[in-house]
Each structure stands twice: as C-alpha cells, then as structure tokens.
Ligand binder design. Structure first.
Ligand code: PLP
Length: 394
C-alpha cells in the first residue's frame, strides 16, 4: 500500500473540507413518487430529476420485470459483440420518432454519450465552441477530442458569432455544443437562433437535452421543439435517467451520423450495452410521454406555480435555482429546509461557478400544490428574508 498515495488523498480532502467543498454520499431510499427516506426521516424531495415520477411507475416496473424474465439481467458484452438485444432497435426507433430524426443510437449513459460522440466527430485540427455553463460531460468530451475548445458566454449569441468569425476559418470542422435546458439554471438555450448561426458558419450543432426530453416542448419532445417549431439541430443527445425514469443515454441524428457512431464512438464500442430491463422500462416511459401530453406538461406548470409565488421570473423548465452565492449559507439553507421535511440539495462549486452556490429545486408531475406553496413561503420567510431572489442568467 502506497503511503504517499494516502497522504496525497488526505491532504486534498483536508483542503476541500476547509473550503466547505468536501462531498459525502448519503444513503437515501426512494420510497414513493416524491418521498425519500434519509437518516431515518421521511422527506419530500425537490431534488430528483425524475420529473414525471416514472422511476416508480407500475408500468415501467412491470416492463423491467418482464424483460428480466425473458432476456436476463445483464447484456453480456458490448452492443457490437453480443449485447444488441431486440429491445434496443425498438427503443431507438421510438426515440428517433419523438425527436424527429432519421435515426438514433442508445448508449450507456448521457455522460458516455457526450464523451464518445464529440471525439468521434472532432479531431486535433478541429474546433469545439461550448456554452460556459454546459454540463461537465460536454466539456469532458471536448477535451477528449484533442481539438481546440473555447467557451462562449452563457447564451450569448453575439459572443458565439465573434468566436466563429475569428476562428472558424482556421479549422476544417467546428462543433457548437450546449445544454438545451441548463441543468443547474433551468433556462433554455436559444436553439433556433443558434442553429441559424451554425448553418451560416458551416458548424455542427449538438444540444444536450438531458433535462428537456419528456418535459419541455409540446408533448415532451425537448428543447428542439420549444416555441412550437422544430429547430435544425444536427445532434440531439440526452439521457434516459431523468424524465424517462431509468438509465442510459442516446444520440438522435441522421442515419449517416448514427452509422458512423456504430463504427467510431469509443464509449459505445468499448462499453457493455444497457441491461434489457432498463431498455424495456424506457420504452414503457415513452408510451406514457407520447400518450399523455398533458401529463408531460405538468412539471413545468408546477415550477411556474413556485416562481410566481416567490416573485421569480417564470420557470422555463422544471428546474428552478435560488442563488445564494455563499457556499456555507447554501448548505445551511439545505439543512434548514431538511428539518422542515423537504429535501432541497445545495449545489456548490465546481458544479456551478465560484460565488454562485445555490439551492436547486426540481418540480415533478406528482408534487402537491400545497407542498409547493408551503416550501415557497418557507424559503421566502426564512432564507430570503430582506433580499430579492435573483437568477444567475438574468
Ligand atoms: C445528467 C446530465 C447528463 C448525464 O447524463 P447521465 O445519463 O446521468 O450520465 C448529461 N448532460 C446533462 C445536461 C445532464 O444534466
């Protein structure tokens, strides 16, 4: 056992502890659509990304059980070897239809999708332009690609245009990457205008709709469809782990791009395929999302009830941040809400930029209006006393 290794780890942890940035895993049992059990206490969670509460839905549970009985627990190998069980093409066809693309490829997770897809398209000479608030796995994908990665100011199309005008000609290929719905801020990217800008400079556009599928755009089709018409997005990726209720990632794109991924995307080729139960559950989730657009619209309505009551700008997605800035104050606010029976997890750097620690609330279809109102009043009365709430992006 290496002593220097333990000394290294301990010293790192002490430094993080001193800055209030050490993190811990907390055993948390999910006991219902919105309830959790933590430290022996029942709490109502306003922190799950299970926006449609489908992870606990009887139809998904049954589909998963049936798939286990029929096809077993694990998938045995990479999809390219033996892991391509018959449910996968079915799920891919369903996702391509929902997203309005020619084809789709399902991968291990959202993180694996971005860290595989971006390097499969972008090489050393190429350019990646990413929104500065993009999810960590977009930035990781850009780094793995070995291309040049530059960040543009959050949702700032003027800055993006400047970077394109300055740099585009020096690189054979250019990818613009952004969250469609920003995971820690809840606002939407200006996807339609960004697509026009991408076309103008012959750049490819990738949107990460981890928080869009199932809950944003008519019928839960995602941020590409927000505002009524479909934006021209080349690469729509997302996850099956949030509103879809299970686990896994996907890329929806043209047939040529998807075919390329099956030959070149390293996180698809060198990682085991998703278990059959997970895929079956995702298909059952899409049945619900496509069959009941009113249900898919509910999380956003709940979030808007909360922002209205608190005098915040209207929610654009089921995610609402309450910026407190200071890390210690944010973690104290989390504890205070927890003692009142609500799980509202504080988010701190490096997940969010320095000085923008926040409570991040997520609203789901099954939250009761009475709980939303009580929580809003509690936050107004005990955490935001004497100050106006603000948002990072406004
Ligand atoms: C959660 C998330 C991911 C990662 O998806 P997983 O399937 O959980 O790996 C990617 N992008 C964004 C914006 C996310 O919020």
């Amino acid at each position: 056992m290496s002593r220097s290794l333990d000394a290294f780890a301990t010293e790192k942890l002490d430094g993080l502890e001193a800055r209030g940035l050490r993190r811990h895993l907390t055993v948390t049992e999910r006991t219902g659509p919105i309830e959790i059990l933590r430290g022996g206490r029942r709490l109502i969670s306003f922190s799950c990304n299970d926006y449609l509460n489908l992870s606990q839905h009887p139809a998904l549970k049954q589909a998963a059980k049936d798939a286990v009985d029929r096809l077993g627990v694990g998938s045995g190998a990479s999809r390219l070897v033996t892991g391509d069980h018959p449910l996968l093409p079915e799920l891919e066809a369903r996702l391509a239809r929902l997203k309005g693309t020619e084809d789709c490829c399902v991968m291990g997770s959202g993180f694996l999708t971005n860290t595989g897809v971006i390097p499969a398209l972008i090489a050393e000479d190429d350019l990646v332009l990413a929104d500065e608030l993009s999810h960590a796995c977009i930035i990781a994908g850009g780094r793995l690609s070995k291309g040049t990665q530059r960040l543009f100011r959050h949702n700032d199309l003027g800055h993006l245009r400047d970077l394109l005008a300055e740099n585009r000609a020096d690189h054979p290929r250019c990818l613009i990457a952004t969250d469609g719905v920003f995971s820690m801020d809840g606002d939407l990217a200006p996807v339609h205008d960004m697509a026009a800008l991408a076309a103008e400079f012959d750049a490819w556009l990738l949107t990460d709709d981890a928080h869009g599928i199932g809950v944003v755009g008519a019928g839960g089709r995602g941020s590409t469809f927000a505002g009524g018409t479909k934006a021209e997005v080349d690469l729509q990726m997302g996850t099956l782990s949030k509103a879809v209720g299970g686990y896994g990632g996907y890329l929806c794109a043209s047939k040529a791009v998807i075919d390329l991924m099956k030959t070149r995307c390293r996180t698809l080729i060198y990682s085991t395929g998703l278990p059959p139960a997970t895929v079956a559950a995702a298909i059952a989730a899409l049945d619900i999302i496509e069959g009941d657009p009113e249900y898919a619209a509910r999380p956003l309505k709940k979030a808007r009830r909360f922002t209205t009551r608190l005098g915040l700008p209207p929610a654009e997605s089921p995610i609402v941040p309450i910026l407190l800035g200071d890390t210690a104050r944010t973690m104290a606010a989390q504890s205070r809400l927890e003692s009142a029976g609500y799980l509202v997890v504080g988010i701190r750097p490096p997940t969010v930029p320095e000085g923008t620690a926040r409570l991040r609330l997520t609203f789901t279809a099954r939250h009761e209006d009475a709980d939303i109102d009580r929580l809003a009043d509690l936050i107004a009365g005990t955490i935001l006393t004497g100050e106006k709430p603000f948002r990072a992006s406004s």
